[in-house]
Write a protein that binds this ligand. Structure first.
Ligand SMILES: *[C@@H]1O[C@H](CO)[C@@H](O)[C@H](O)[C@H]1NC(C)=O
Ligand SMILES: *[C@@H]1O[C@H](CO)[C@@H](O)[C@H](O)[C@H]1NC(C)=O
Length: 246
């Protein structure tokens, strides 16, 4: 099983947007700080310069220099890259600009993270021809961002998810419900996977279908019967030993 792709909730901090329009031309400059980990260790700073909606130059802190995307962009990027002070200052923005702002946000939002309480329940009982409907519910979590998905024997299921609904409780917490239709098959394991900032990793909850009523009763009667029989044997044996020892 591998999860890394599913767990990449990128937090994008759009910290500065500069827009100007003149004579029908449109220019904007967009700075982004992107990270997935709460310790901000994977922080990337992206600085994009756009002219008439097309990206002309981009600075990506992973690369560490300006890249031009048009003829004008390529020549300008070359001039900027020759400016050591500018390049160093732009590279440093990961630490001087992105991290301090992200830290403020982390403490303001993610410091108040509350992990969901997850419950699986049977909505509709099927049989070998009619599908069963099982619901995975996550309650009382914060913040709102969450991902609920289904696994069949560990592999992601997408086709039979009939509904997914998220709603606010009205008290800053949220709840979400996802339903899966499936025809029960022997040996098949259905699980619900929940990813949320309150968890350190994706959490997997296995669905244990309730045993049919009749079988359960038979099993119970059998267990009681067996226990009674055992007790009878023990008493008889004890009596026999007592009788012999006298
Ligand atoms: C930044 O550069 C890295 C390395 O080339 C790349 O993997 C990543 O996708 C780039 N990010 C953006 C937003 O372009
Ligand atoms: C950038 O610097 C290199 C090496 O110092 C030089 O060859 C090149 O002409 C410079 N380019 C610009 C556009 O200044």
């Amino acid at each position: 099983m591998s999860f890394p792709k599913l767990w990449s909730f990128h937090h994008i901090l759009m910290l500065s947007v500069f827009i100007s329009t003149a004579n029908g031309y449109y220019y904007h400059h967009w700075s982004q700080c992107i990270h997935s980990f709460h310790d901000l260790s994977d922080m990337v700073y992206i600085d994009g310069y756009y002219f008439n909606k097309y990206m002309v130059i981009q600075f990506n802190s992973t690369l560490g220099y300006f890249v031009g995307f048009t003829e004008f962009g390529v020549s300008t990027a070359e001039i900027w890259n020759n400016n050591t002070a500018l390049v160093q200052e732009t590279r440093a923005r990961v630490d001087t600009f992105c991290k301090p702002n992200a830290e403020t946000r982390e403490t303001a939002i993610y410091g108040k993270t509350v992990a969901p309480k997850v419950k699986l329940s049977l909505v509709k009982k099927g049989d070998s021809r009619h599908p069963s409907l099982v619901m995975c519910s996550a309650y009382d979590f914060y913040p709102e961002k969450i991902k609920v998905s289904w696994l069949k024997n560990g592999a992601a299921v997408t086709s039979d998810v009939t509904s997914i609904e998220k709603m606010p409780n009205g008290d800053w917490y949220y709840q979400i419900h996802s339903e899966l239709e499936y025809i029960p098959k022997a040996g098949e394991k259905i699980s619900c996977m929940v990813e949320h900032a309150g968890f350190s990793k994706p959490m997997i909850y296995d669905w244990n279908p309730p045993l049919p009523e009749f079988e359960w009763n038979t099993q119970l009667l059998f267990t009681i019967g067996a226990a009674g029989l055992m007790l009878g044997i023990i008493i008889a044996a004890a009596g026999l030993i007592y009788y012999k020892s006298k």
